[in-house]
Design a binder for this molecule. Structure first.
Ligand SMILES: N[C@@H](CCC(=O)N[C@@H](CS)C(=O)NCC(=O)O)C(=O)O
Length: 303
């Protein structure tokens, strides 16, 4: 397993902790935090977000699928205990789609000096927005602070019934999703650590999640990762179960995220079910590749 990631990426922290929880060994390729990513896109076919998991010539985009794929390959210990999995997914959706955006604006607007100077221009391009100046960033940070604080307080109150983990009595995907949003507060500097100070239960729980560790990473170059893909054959596709309206295996398709970073990936559909979509492409640099996406959050169309 190879993870393409970078240090201050909170979604990468989610994947690193999942690898740690499952005590896995992995190759660690550090990718640029800003587009273009010329050593990553031959593998993904255009997807530019972070992180990306590679297993031979199979490429898994988006942590929603990456963590599921880790679970398929290393089922124990599970992050999807059956009695908690559905509600954990719902909490994870809230954390990543409602909590994280204001968190990101709040932290970035206060920490511009410790983040790459061209980061905000890149992120604005990624979202199709005009490039913000520093004053605009600071105003957005101030507005976002007012959305962040009540949500942090809501997390603290999730533990008032004595539960050990976010969704109940066992670790789940919800712990990783909520944790990575809070982790971002102090990813590069402790300047905003005071936001967590009034919340002792969050402190105790974050220490337990941090203790999952990152497994056993071994540094690897992007060129070596591409060579691994070129010399590997994608895993044979499992039988598909498309819905009535879906394109069918064998069809040429285009897939893109439905929120931001909407760079399209095109190829032949080789697998589709309720959770996952996989596309075969031949890349001039990386060779025969199958790129996998989660179903929810992605827009799939016939070409
Ligand atoms: N839904 C995606 C979101 C990933 C995401 O937004 N990652 C951020 C970094 S933490 C990103 O891609 N930023 C732009 C980039 O790295 O190029 C996932 O779960 O993996």
């Amino acid at each position: 397993m190879i993870l393409h990631h970078y240090d201050f990426s909170n979604y990468s922290e989610k994947a690193r902790l999942a690898l740690g929880y499952k005590r896995l060994a992995w190759g660690s390729v550090i990718i640029p935090p800003i587009a273009p990513k010329p050593d990553l896109t031959p593998l993904t076919g255009g997807y530019r977000k972070t992180p990306v998991l590679q297993v031979g010539a199979d490429i898994y985009c988006d942590t929603a699928l990456i963590v599921r794929e880790l679970e398929r390959r290393a089922p124990e210990p599970t992050l999807f205990p059956p009695h908690l999995a559905a509600s954990a997914d719902a909490v994870a959706f809230w954390a990543e789609n409602r909590l994280f955006r204001p968190m990101s604006l709040y932290v970035s607007g206060n920490n511009m000096d410790v983040l790459p100077p061209t980061l905000q221009a890149d992120r604005a391009r990624m979202r199709g927005l005009p490039e913000p100046d520093d004053a605009t960033m600071r105003r957005a940070a101030a507005r976002s602070a007012t959305h962040v604080r009540p949500q942090i307080a809501a997390i603290e109150s999730m533990f008032t019934d004595g539960r050990a983990w976010i969704a109940g009595d066992a670790p789940t995907i919800a712990d990783l999703a909520v944790y990575h949003a809070l982790w971002f507060i102090t990813a590069r500097t402790d300047r905003l650590a005071h936001e967590l100070q009034p919340h002792p239960r969050i402190h105790a729980w974050m220490a337990k999640v941090r203790a999952f560790g990152h497994g056993t990473p071994t540094p690897m170059s992007a060129q070596d990762a591409i060579a691994v893909a070129r010399s590997s054959t994608p895993e044979e596709a499992r039988p598909s179960s498309p819905q009535l309206e879906d394109p069918k295996p064998g069809d040429l398709v285009r897939i893109r995220a439905d929120d931001y970073g909407r760079d399209p990936v095109e190829g032949e559909l080789v697998f589709i079910d309720d959770r996952e979509i996989a596309i075969w492409r031949t890349d001039p640099i990386a060779g025969e590749i199958v790129v996998h996406f989660p179903r929810l959050g992605y827009d799939l169309r016939p070409l």
